[in-house]
Design a protein around this ligand. Structure first.
Ligand code: SAM
Length: 305
């Protein structure tokens, strides 16, 4: 089995693939309110090209793939794409991050196609606030999506909650209480600056997860716990008697570079080795040529045969 080791001796085993820049939401921490242009369709990698890249990555030592976006479930053909990924031998884990809006329609189909599990973004448990944060989203649909994920056994289910001061930090206890009732893994994520308009808002909304954790420690007994799929930056805890877990992702206040095991692929075919750097390696041209050549060879074979 090959291993992908970077210049700092870290083993890179996890590939995060964005399959679209389109999203049905415009979350306040992620997108600006202003109109913006989407990447033209022809510049977005085709599924066939992504499958080829993942196959090569697995040959090099990647064992886990996460599908994300934009919102991955807005892209047509996503179920067949997961099926193709599932055919890649030695790819151990396929997961998907979604806002949950379309999940109730897709959960069973995704499971049947070979998806292992989902992460669902959920930043408020209050309908009006949820709508405000997502700029028009539906909490009801997200909760329905979570229920469908349970039914389809897309487990373990991780919930991503970006905590923002004065916006949803008053709901931390409500999220923690959810883990008492249901086997959900709630991950409190620090708000990271991304995009000009979002950065302008950044200073007064940032709250470190350390601060959140300290408040929780005063109220609950947090037992450190390992969860089987936790290969990322989150540290998990279980409240005494709880069914789920609470995790903390300290993206800003404590960098997790030393233990980083991931690489990212953007929807337009750029490899991003580091979340905190703008450095990208454009592999679209190379992969388009490779896929084209392979197609020609197979057409020739079929013709002769
Ligand atoms: N549309 C999908 C969703 O909503 O889960 C997938 C894409 S979304 C960009 C992936 C994750 O990035 C979400 O869980 C969200 O919480 C996180 N994220 C986006 N912008 C962020 C920011 N400025 N700070 C912290 N987390 C952020």
């Amino acid at each position: 089995m090959n291993k992908l080791i970077d210049n700092f001796g870290r083993e890179i085993s996890y590939l995060r693939v964005s399959i679209t820049d389109r999203c049905n939401y415009r979350c306040i921490y992620c997108q600006s309110e202003k109109e913006f242009e989407f990447i033209p369709h022809q510049e977005i990698l085709r599924f066939e090209e992504i499958v080829e890249i993942v196959q090569e990555a697995v040959n090099l030592g990647i064992t886990k793939v996460r599908i994300t976006g934009g919102e991955p479930l807005v892209r047509k053909g996503v179920v067949d794409f997961i099926k193709k990924l599932r055919e890649i031998k030695k790819l151990e884990d396929i997961s998907l991050t979604t806002n949950g809006f379309f999940l109730s329609e897709y959960a069973e189909k995704l499971k049947d196609a070979g998806l292992n599990r989902v992460n669902i973004s959920l930043d408020s448990l209050q309908e009006e606030k949820y709508k405000k944060i997502t700029r028009g989203g539906s909490l009801k649909k997200a909760l329905k999506g979570i229920n469908s994920a349970f039914k389809a056994r897309l487990l373990p289910i991780k919930i991503n909650t970006v905590v923002m001061k004065g916006i949803n930090d008053d709901e931390v206890d409500d999220f923690v209480n959810l883990t008492l009732r249901r086997p959900l893994n709630i991950r409190f994520i620090e708000f990271m600056p991304s995009g000009e308009e979002v950065i302008n808002e950044f200073e007064n909304k940032f709250i470190s997860v350390q601060e959140i954790k300290e408040k929780l420690i005063k109220k609950y007994l947090l037992n450190p716990i390992k969860i089987s799929t936790a290969n990322g930056p989150a540290k998990y805890f279980q409240i005494e008697g709880g069914k789920g877990t609470v995790g903390f992702i300290t993206a800003l206040s404590q960098h997790f570079c030393k233990t980083c095991n991931r690489i990212r692929l953007t929807s337009e075919g750029k490899l991003r080795p580091c979340l905190f750097s703008n450095k990208e390696i454009d592999i679209k041209k190379a992969i388009r040529e490779l896929v084209r050549d392979k197609r020609r060879i197979s057409q020739k074979k079929n013709y002769k045969g």
